[in-house]
Design a protein around this ligand. Structure first.
Ligand SMILES: Nc1ncnc2c1ncn2[C@@H]1O[C@H](COP(=O)(O)OP(=O)(O)OP(=O)(O)O)[C@@H](O)[C@H]1O
Ligand SMILES: [Mg+2]
Length: 256
């Protein structure tokens, strides 16, 4: 199957569920005879231990996907301070480089056919602060030339958060493949059902997954209830879009 080189998972906010979606999407793609890998370029709020800084998102990938390789394979920058990467890097005397991240992405690409990249927070998060320019998550996505999947929530406020994020991505020229709604309740209210319809209509992009709200610890639940979680993705539409995007990419390259 001819597929895109990867996808960038971003969200309407921090804590919306990007890590869970990244892990579940990687597991889902692995079942489609692909060899995907998750990648978290920058993790702030890493936990300090005797063995160094532990990137918690990578720990989730490990548990869900059963990886054993060193953290450095999945994460370029682990920063301890739990703030926006630009500030964490500044406080810790680190210099984040998009070239370094692109190099890491390309190195992963040599052994994997699909990279699921998880951003920090949302699209407008500052990653690098220079005297004359601030580089945001949106700029990194443009550099990696990836389309995005936007993780959102089903509750009050989501139409506004989602529409703003999608409009911003479109204004930067970033293709938005679709939305993944995380923590979808077993018995959605009228408002939650209306929210997802409204988001599809207003953003004019499809909802490609409704990931259920899981009891804690959610990592364990994913493992024990994988067949149910797998069904939360719109398999046909998702795979079709990944292929479609490849076609668009080829057309653009040919035209360019
Ligand atoms: N579907 C779910 N059901 C139950 N709990 C969930 C679900 N998705 C995420 N969580 C919980 O919500 C919290 C935030 O999720 P997650 O770490 O995936 O967010 P994130 O968007 O990756 O955050 P960050 O911006 O810090 O990377 C976690 O504690 C996780 O256990
Ligand atoms: Mg995360």
């Amino acid at each position: 199957m001819n597929m895109l080189k990867g996808i960038f998972i971003t969200g309407t906010d921090t804590g919306v569920g990007k890590t869970f979606v990244t892990a579940c999407l990687t597991a889902f793609l692995r079942e489609q005879k692909m060899n995907p890998i998750p990648y978290k370029p920058i993790q702030s709020g890493a936990i300090k231990t005797g063995q160094g800084l532990i990137a918690e998102d990578v720990e989730v990938y490990r548990k869900v996907l059963g990886f054993t390789d060193k953290q450095e394979k999945y994460c370029s920058y682990a920063l301890e301070t739990p703030v926006s990467p630009h500030l964490a890097a500044k406080k810790e005397g680190r210099r984040i480089s998009f070239e370094e991240i692109e190099g890491h992405f390309n190195a992963l690409k040599s052994n994997h056919d699909f990279i699921v990249v998880e951003g920090a927070g949302g699209l407008g998060v500052p990653l690098i602060e220079e005297t004359d320019r601030i580089h945001l998550t949106g700029d990194l996505i443009l550099q990696l030339q990836l389309p995005i999947l936007l993780v959102t929530h089903p509750g009050l406020g989501t139409i506004n958060h989602t529409l703003l994020s999608v409009s911003y991505a479109k204004s930067l020229g970033i293709p938005v493949l679709g939305l993944i709604v995380n923590q979808w309740p077993e018995h959605p209210t009228e408002m939650e059902k209306d929210n997802i319809q409204m988001m599809e209509k207003l953003c004019q992009i499809p909802i490609l997954g409704l990931i259920p709200a899981m009891p804690a610890p959610a990592e364990e639940y994913i493992l024990t209830h994988w067949p149910k979680i797998r069904e939360s993705f719109d398999k046909e539409k998702l795979l079709e879009l990944l292929k479609e995007e490849t076609k668009n990419e080829r057309t653009t390259r040919t035209m360019g």
